[in-house]
Design a protein around this ligand. Structure first.
Ligand SMILES: NC(=O)c1ccc[n+]([C@@H]2O[C@H](COP(=O)([O-])OP(=O)(O)OC[C@H]3O[C@@H](n4cnc5c(N)ncnc54)[C@H](O)[C@@H]3O)[C@@H](O)[C@H]2O)c1
Length: 282
């Protein structure tokens, strides 16, 4: 789909992948509607876009897990600008934890932001796109944890797997309306998330795992580029790193080897985050 002139909503636009996508979409001539829970970050990205000659039609600070806030954003956009052309659900939060260390608030936050957030976007904006009959595109940022059972990701992986499943249904359901669907599965990306991910482990272990993570992380601009490309070329699944592509291939073609890799990954994570010596993968 041609991006120029398209009305595009991006959630989580203040930082990382959302910010990079917003800048790239602005450079391609999209008319942007940007949201985030972080007011300073949102203001910063809007100024950057305007300095580059891009168009921000509306920016609003909101929590994507708040249905009333999303509903009122949709009402305002629809009454002033009409239906969207492109919806990009990017906002998300992360948590690394063993299941026995998680509080109920942590479970709830992950589900509310990562699952209800995108569902609110789809519920509030897609029916209007369908009724308008002008086609469009819906994109949701899932994660490697959306296709692989990453250790220490029990709640996060649940929400991200759900996004892959719902995106697959929408891919076929919305085809007749000429609305394309993309689900993005990033590996490690060097964004604000590296620092804000809650890790239920001691401070030294957290620091070590943040360093390990950022060492092999992609810059968010690269993921923004892949996202814009996927919308333009109408690609369904975007896996951002080769190692994840290989692991996903292994999962589908040779499950015993996949299970062995996961046992090693779990053992490695356990060792890094609990700093205990384990005899080897269980
Ligand atoms: N960084 C990675 O390695 C990585 C890997 C896989 C998937 N992802 C996914 O990519 C997406 C973007 O994350 P990122 O890496 O750019 O992180 P980031 O922290 O840089 O950006 C996330 C943005 O979402 C916003 N946000 C958080 N909670 C919100 C809420 N309740 N309502 C509205 N906005 C909210 C934050 O303020 C922030 O601006 C997330 O869905 C994340 O799960 C990231």
């Amino acid at each position: 789909m041609e991006i120029r002139g398209k009305k595009t909503l991006i959630t989580g636009a203040a930082s990382g992948i959302g910010r990079a996508t917003a800048l790239m979409m602005a450079d391609r001539g999209a008319r942007l509607f940007l949201t985030d829970i972080n007011p300073e970050g949102l203001e910063g990205v809007c100024s950057e876009i305007e300095e580059r000659g891009g168009e921000v039609c509306l920016a609003r600070v909101l929590d994507v897990s708040d249905y009333q806030a999303m509903k009122s954003l949709a009402a305002d956009i629809h009454s002033e600008f009409g239906p969207l052309d492109i919806l990009a659900n990017v906002a998300g939060v992360a948590l690394f934890s063993q299941v026995e260390d998680m509080t109920h608030d942590q479970w709830e936050r992950i589900v509310n932001v990562n699952l209800w957030g995108p569902y609110h976007g789809i519920e509030c904006f897609v029916p209007e796109m369908v009724r308008a009959g002008r086609g469009g595109h819906i994109l949701s940022v899932s994660s490697t944890a959306g296709i692989i059972g990453l250790p220490w990701h029990v709640a996060y992986a649940g929400t991200k797997h759900a996004l892959v499943g719902s995106s697959e249904v929408l891919l076929f359901d919305l085809k007749k309306h000429n609305i394309g669907v993309t689900v993005v599965l990033p590996g490690a990306v060097n964004t604000g998330l590296v620092q804000t991910t809650v890790i239920n482990a001691d401070a030294d272990a957290c620091e070590k795992s943040r360093q390990l993570f950022s060492r092999h992380a992609l810059p968010p601009e690269r993921v923004g580029e892949l996202i814009v490309n996927a919308i333009e070329k109408n690609r369904f699944m975007v896996i951002t790193s080769l190692d994840i592509k290989l692991l996903y291939f292994l999962k589908r073609t040779f499950p015993p080897a996949y299970r062995m890799v996961l046992r090693f990954m779990t053992w490695g994570m356990d060792r890094t985050l609990t700093r205990k010596t384990f005899p080897g993968p269980a």
